[in-house]
Design a protein around this ligand. Structure first.
Ligand SMILES: Nc1ncnc2c1ncn2[C@@H]1O[C@H](COP(=O)(O)OP(=O)(O)OP(=O)(O)O)[C@@H](O)[C@H]1O
Ligand code: SF4
Ligand SMILES: [Mg+2]
Length: 345
């Protein structure tokens, strides 16, 4: 139980960036006279995760969603910026240090099989963090807690003696969730947790996650490329494009009145916001190479509203009248067509 005074936002990120040096080895560069190559995966993003709510991040493949998750978990070191968890700066904190703080954040991944040790039985997979973090002192306590966690995620106590390959994809994701819950985290970072699952199983896992959030009051960062899933899960929604947040705000505001042409493009590809079973049109145009991003607004090569200013000046994320924020010159200049009009056409 956290005894510290609670901040309204459980996590606050300011101007966080991640640049990967993807240069060839020094000698090759010297001989071939090639310069260093740097890929900016995350570019000065700032956001707050409200306590007990779901902060969703959506965007096309390669826009930096997983890199954000890995930075928050301390699996990558940020190139710049700060990360505060309940007011404490954890920017340079390696995973597990100090354990008391790190155990309050956990992560679940897209591929539950890859994140579960195939040679371990479930009782060891879930029991390990219980022992390592000193949550359970005796074997009997560990067994009791493992069985309780399995039941909480909709599995049975008897599953403790099985190996991961004995479960279906959906059941394995339940196992990952049970393992993440061992430390009773206050913040759960979920990176595409249902993308690898059959549509019929997707909604079961999403419902389980919602139930657990209600029961334990957890905050979620929920990453997905699927707007229908995001609509179901999010309280606050951030739209990412090429390493930047281009629009962020309460889910209803973003869905009812998107103020960024990229958000509109994403929404136009979802004919109906229902989880699972619907064919979605691919998003038109290609995501530019993040090694040499376009100048100005990086969305300009795909944007029907681009002007010369867009091609040269990067737009700021500005607060608009409805309280959400968007980074678009057309929105700032009142040039965006009304969304209702577009939707009716
Ligand atoms: N360790 C790394 N070294 C070099 N480049 C990386 C590394 N990790 C990610 N990248 C690059 O950073 C960019 C963002 O990748 P990231 O995995 O965060 O995107 P994503 O939004 O999660 O995509 P997806 O939806 O496909 O999972 C990509 O161009 C990717 O190639
Ligand atoms: S800033 Fe310009 S190019 Fe970028 S999304 Fe807005 S209108 Fe389009
Ligand atoms: Mg990813």
């Amino acid at each position: 139980m956290n005894t510290q005074a609670q901040t309204a936002d459980i996590l606050s990120v300011r101007k966080m960036s991640k640049r990967f040096d993807i240069s060839e080895p020094f000698l090759n560069r010297l001989i071939e006279r090639r310069p260093r190559r740097v890929l900016t995966a995350v570019d000065e993003i700032s956001f707050d995760v409200p306590r007990g709510k779901t902060f969703a991040v959506v965007g096309e493949s390669g826009c930096g969603k997983s890199t954000v998750a890995r930075l928050l978990m301390g699996l990558h070191a940020p190139s710049a910026g700060t990360i505060r968890f309940e007011g404490t700066d954890i920017t340079d904190m390696a995973p597990g240090k100090p354990p008391a703080l790190r155990r309050r954040m956990q992560m679940i991944f897209q591929d539950p099989f890859a994140s579960l040790n195939p040679r371990w039985r479930v009782r060891d997979i879930i029991g390990e963090p219980l022992k390592n973090f000193g949550i359970c002192k005796t074997r009997a306590e560990v067994t009791r807690e493992v069985e309780k966690l399995l039941t909480q995620v909709g599995l049975s106590a008897a599953d403790a003696k099985k190996f991961p390959h004995e479960f279906s994809g959906g059941q394995r994701q339940r196992l990952s969730i049970a393992r993440a819950l061992t430390t009773r985290p206050e913040l759960l970072i979920c990176d595409e947790p249902t993308s690898a699952l059959d549509v019929s199983v997707q909604s079961q896992i999403l419902n389980l996650m919602k139930d657990l959030q209600d029961e334990f009051g957890m905050s979620y960062i929920f990453i997905s490329h699927d707007l229908a899933v995001v609509w179901y899960m999010a309280d606050v929604l951030a739209v990412m494009y090429l390493g930047k947040i281009v629009e962020v705000g309460p889910k209803e505001q973003i869905f009812d009145n998107p103020q960024h042409p990229y958000t509109r493009l994403l929404m136009e590809t979802v004919p109906k916001l229902t989880v699972g079973g619907i064919e979605r049109a691919p998003v038109a145009g290609e995501v530019p190479n993040p090694i040499s991003p376009p100048s100005g607004c990086t969305f300009h090569p795909r944007c029907p509203l681009a002007t010369e200013t867009c091609r040269t000046v990067s737009p700021e994320l500005n607060v608009r009248s409805d309280g959400a924020q968007s980074a678009c010159h057309a929105a700032d200049e009142g040039r965006l067509p009304s969304w209702a009009r577009i939707a009716a056409e």
